[in-house]
Design a protein around this ligand. Structure first.
Ligand code: GRF
Length: 195
């Protein structure tokens, strides 16, 4: 069974959905580690409650990105991690982790990429006035939300949509499709998705 490390910076509701799916058996993976770059993040509390080891880092305590990622990598190797799952991790992955986990880092983004990459994708979509937005699950490369797309789900934007209502709709879909897509990915040994 694949051992996964989830990387989160915030609330960790996607982390929770992944934990729940692993526990229910709808996702065959072992959530072995939470890596957090914001020590007080709620995701850490979720990990503790679920009995998953959480390791918090303060990136600015390291000389540079490579030093920080080397420290993270050491933990991933110690815990024999097969896949990295980004779930609201607010940091670009650098060459250290990318080369160690080539094609084994996955991210979820709250828009239909390549539209609205980067910060505040939901706000960007609303400001643009799109009628349809959605979620994207993709492999991570060196760019900002640019890696090969694994799965996308469209979501309609209602006439009276607010930021809060759209975020709620998006998160509900994320919580269903992130575990489901990971399940299929792992079934195919990270290589191919069968729809
Ligand atoms: C999600 O909407 C995800 O798409 C984005 O960051 C958000 C994280 O939310 N990358 P949570 O921490 O999982 O609740």
């Amino acid at each position: 069974m694949n051992r996964i490390a989830i990387f989160a910076s915030g609330s960790g509701s996607n982390f929770q959905a992944i934990l729940d799916a692993c526990r229910e058996g709808s996702l065959e993976a072992t959530p072995a580690l939470l890596i957090c770059d914001k020590p007080g993040a709620y995701a850490v509390e979720r990990a503790e409650r679920a009995g998953v080891q959480a390791i918090s880092f303060v990136p600015k305590e390291y000389g540079d990105k490579a030093a920080y990622e080397n420290a993270v990598l050491q933990q991933l190797q110690e815990h024999k991690i097969d896949f990295i799952v980004l779930a609201g991790y607010m940091r670009l992955i650098g060459p250290t982790l990318l080369s160690a986990y080539k094609n084994r880092i996955v991210n979820i983004h709250p828009s239909l990429l390549p539209a609205f990459p980067g910060l505040d994708a939901i706000g960007q979509a609303l400001d643009y006035g799109v009628k349809v937005t959605g979620i994207t699950i993709h492999f991570v490369d060196e760019g900002m939300d640019t890696g090969p797309i694994i799965e996308q789900v469209p979501i309609e934007v209602a006439e009276d949509e607010t930021r809060e209502s759209l975020q709620k709709k998006i998160q509900a879909i994320e919580h269903i499709f992130y575990p489901k897509t990971l399940y299929q990915l792992f079934l195919n040994k990270g290589e191919k998705i069968i729809r």
